[in-house]
Design a protein around this ligand. Structure first.
Ligand code: ZN
Length: 279
């Protein structure tokens, strides 16, 4: 345990001093003035052995975060997306506790071939049924005609159903066609059928972070109940623990991996003169 501290959860004083004395840092920048629980993770402050320091500085030149960010994902999941951990400060020298929230992206379906997401659902219908025939007609022009015009439409006229039944299907289809499509063709790769779009069963969401929101800044905790204090201490301890895991993962990287130079060939388009065309 480098960052994590034991706290007596039965003692109000112990909990308040743990929270009030915890290291803090800006959530955005110094002019914004908002701060939250934080830890400094500059190389000089990680408690590294002399032999590790040079290798650690070399590591900073790589995309090392990809390798060590699992504790952040686990922490965010543990708190259902209401809190997350981000880096802040010049060259990301601080880990900061942030407020966040899972927000639905609004996508309703995705393509099974290219993965493209779509804001419309695939309307499930059987086009060979009377209802399917009516729906296909309404969807075709976005439901913009008045009901009576649809009733007079030749293919709908032919359908063997009472007019009031047809009208109820027409009205339902007019609403559905705003958010759904008949057929599941992908707008990007044009795949359809088995390979085309399919509705999400779990709606996709993304994590929105509130970088301007402070946490417990200028809070004296006087009005907090023991239960509220305990919950907050547990949150901050979980943050400390995650920071410890990130630190350990970084040290592991320094101890077991080396930074090597790699030359990458980048394909480049250019115009050249070709004189082999016969006049
Ligand atoms: Zn596609």
């Amino acid at each position: 345990m480098f960052f994590e501290k034991q706290v007596d959860l039965r003692s109000r004083d112990a909990m308040v001093s743990f929270l009030a004395e915890h290291y803090r840092y800006n959530t955005m920048n110094s002019w914004n003035g908002a701060t939250s629980y934080a830890h400094c993770i500059k190389i000089g402050r990680l408690g590294l052995k002399a032999a590790q320091v040079d290798r650690a500085y070399e590591m900073l030149e790589t995309d090392f975060w990809d390798e060590i960010q699992l504790p952040i994902d686990t922490f965010t999941m543990e708190f259902a997306g209401r809190y997350t951990i981000g880096t802040n400060g010049r060259s990301g020298g601080y880990l900061v506790l942030y407020n966040s929230v899972h927000e639905l992206t609004g996508h309703q379906s995705h393509c099974r071939s290219c993965g493209q997401r779509n804001f419309k659902r695939v309307h499930e219908t059987d086009l060979s049924t009377p209802r399917g025939i009516i729906e296909a007609n309404v969807f075709r022009n976005g439901g913009c005609w008045v009901d009576a015009v649809y009733l007079d439409e030749p293919t709908i006229k032919e359908v063997d159903l009472a007019d009031d039944k047809k009208l109820s299907f027409i009205r339902a289809a007019k609403i559905a066609c705003k958010d759904e499509t008949i057929g599941n063709k992908c707008g990007r790769c044009h795949a359809e059928g088995e390979n085309g779009r399919v509705n999400y069963t779990v709606m996709p969401s993304r994590l929105s972070v509130y970088p301007g929101k402070s946490i417990d800044q200028r809070e004296d905790f006087v009005e907090w109940s023991m239960g509220e204090l305990r919950n907050r201490v547990k949150l901050v301890q979980a943050f400390d623990r995650a920071c410890d895991e990130i630190r350990s993962a970084f040290i592991d990287l320094v101890d077991h991996c080396e930074v090597v130079d790699e030359v990458v060939m980048v394909p480049q388009h250019r115009k050249v003169i070709n004189c082999t065309i016969s006049a």
